[in-house]
Ligand binder design. Structure first.
Ligand SMILES: *Cc1c(COP(=O)(O)O)cnc(C)c1O
Length: 295
């Protein structure tokens, strides 16, 4: 593998009275420690696409995201580190925020586009880069079979087996990769997807698209807190307590919702006593700064 990161993603136990009372052992895989900027599942989803780009001699990564996209920032930083040019096509009116500032600081060129044209990403790519043989298209959020392949490696790294694995879902690529990884290892762990979007039932089809073998998994659609990028007081309060009690930073867009789901399901006695539960910390910790006025 020509392009790779050496990283540390240990599994830590989360101790809590609620878990003791319910007879649960809860762990968290620290993919947030992979890199401060190319963090969590975004590195996992970029690894194979970047190697592919290098193999076919494409030097300019073109990708897509909203104004707070962790994927844009991860791509900007990975491009800088591994010697690519990068363009981010950003949904909506030109704005500036901490996340886009960091994208620019890492050398990413930003093109803002109206919400209507943003829907058709291949058309946007063609419009701007049809005549540029150096460019390669990377989908929003790194959604791709290669992205899922990178995420399957999460399972290769696990030191032990678990009864449940939980992960926050946006495009569903990470979830699909984890399920593929469980199948690769013949594990019967129950996978639990927590969609962060409203009406998250559609994620089932998105996950199925990237599955190598049809598989059962659970979808917990009740933890979107109003939808993507939306939040509620009880989620913010949960995050404050969690961070102060564990020293593990989580954000309101993704990992806060997933961990809230585990605590809430535990409180409702959803899990069999004795269950071992693994949460995937998929990174994106700086997302908390985009919502600091809500704390
Ligand atoms: C992007 C992101 C996700 C969503 O991953 P998908 O593969 O798109 O489902 C989850 N958690 C964090 C922290 C993210 O940045």
């Amino acid at each position: 593998m020509a392009i790779d990161l050496e990283f540390y993603s240990p599994v830590h136990q989360i101790k809590n009275k609620l878990f003791d009372e319910q007879g649960l052992t809860v762990f968290i895989k620290r993919d947030d420690l992979i890199d401060p900027i190319i963090s969590g599942n975004k590195w996992r989803k970029l690894k194979y696409p970047l190697n592919h780009a290098q193999a076919i001699n494409k030097k300019h990564l073109v990708t897509f995201g909203g104004a707070y996209s962790n994927h844009l920032l991860a791509t900007a930083s990975a491009a800088a580190k591994f010697g690519f040019k990068a363009t981010g096509i950003v949904r909506g009116e030109p704005v500036n925020n901490d996340s886009l500032f960091l994208c620019r600081l890492h050398g990413m060129n930003l093109l803002f586009t109206d919400r209507e044209s943003y829907r058709d990403k291949p058309a946007l790519f063609k419009k701007h880069f049809a005549d540029d043989p150096d460019t390669i298209f990377i989908d929003e959020g790194g959604a791709s079979p290669e992205g899922a392949k990178g995420c399957a490696e999460i399972i290769d790294e696990l030191p032990e087996t678990y009864d449940h694995i939980f992960c926050a879902c946006g495009t569903g690529t990470t979830a699909a990769g984890i399920i593929n990884g469980l199948n690769n290892h013949g594990l019967s762990t129950q996978f639990n997807a927590v969609p962060v979007l409203k009406n998250g039932g559609f994620i089932r089809d998105e996950i199925n698209k990237f599955l190598i073998h049809p598989s059962n998994f659970d979808l917990h659609t009740g933890y979107h807190f109003g939808g993507y990028g939306k939040t509620e007081k009880r989620l913010i309060e949960f995050i404050k307590q969690f961070v102060a009690q564990t020293g593990i930073l989580i954000d309101p867009v993704y990992t806060g919702k997933m961990l809230y789901a585990i605590y809430d399901l535990a409180a409702k006695a959803y899990f069999k006593p004795g269950s071992r539960i693994l949460a995937i910390h998929s990174g994106g910790i700086w997302g908390v700064l985009g919502m600091k006025d809500r704390f």
